[in-house]
Design a binder for this molecule. Structure first.
Ligand SMILES: [Zn+2]
Length: 163
């Protein structure tokens, strides 16, 4: 996984572009990190590769939809929340470690990575600063930089005439 610091960048990047209010943006930021609540399973002996293991059901598109619907039914806000929640698994699938992501859980147990995996995987639990620096550097380059750029150009994108 990227660190918990990076997933909310998606909500920041998309907020102005999709034009959602602050409360929805905060909900979206929370939904970007909610999937990693599954790490609690390690304490209870849930195997990593099981349906409810790390990067299992909580990282699926089904979970993203259910979590988003639990928050709102307003179409624009729902789209924003769905993208935020689903982005978590997408970013995890772009990392260079761990098991893949069960995007289609609980229907398909196969775990996937994207063919392009530039993000360094974050260690689970405490890690030294020396081990974290390359992780944070890759997250700055591949998550924060594009999301902040999107936040900056969002007003221009919103003003562009629709075809
Ligand atoms: Zn994750």
């Amino acid at each position: 996984m990227p660190t918990i610091l990076s997933h909310p960048a998606v909500a920041i990047g998309l907020r102005r572009w999709l034009g959602v209010d602050a409360r929805t943006a905060i909900a979206g930021a929370l939904l970007t990190i909610l999937p990693d609540a599954d790490v609690i399973g390690f304490r209870f002996g849930v195997p990593y590769g099981s349906t409810f293991g790390h990067r299992g059901f909580t990282h699926s598109l089904t979970f993203a939809l259910l979590a988003s619907l639990a928050v709102t039914r307003r179409p624009r806000a729902l789209a924003f929340l769905l993208i935020c929640a689903a982005s978590h698994g997408l970013l995890d699938a772009m990392t260079d470690g761990g098991l893949g992501v069960a995007f289609f859980s609980p229907f398909v147990k196969t775990r996937y990575f994207l063919p392009w995996r530039p993000i360094r995987v974050s260690p689970i639990g405490a890690a030294s600063l020396a081990r974290m620096l390359p992780v944070l550097r890759s997250e700055l380059a591949w998550v924060w930089a594009p999301m902040l750029a999107l936040a900056v150009i969002a007003p221009i994108l919103r003003r562009s005439p629709r075809v």
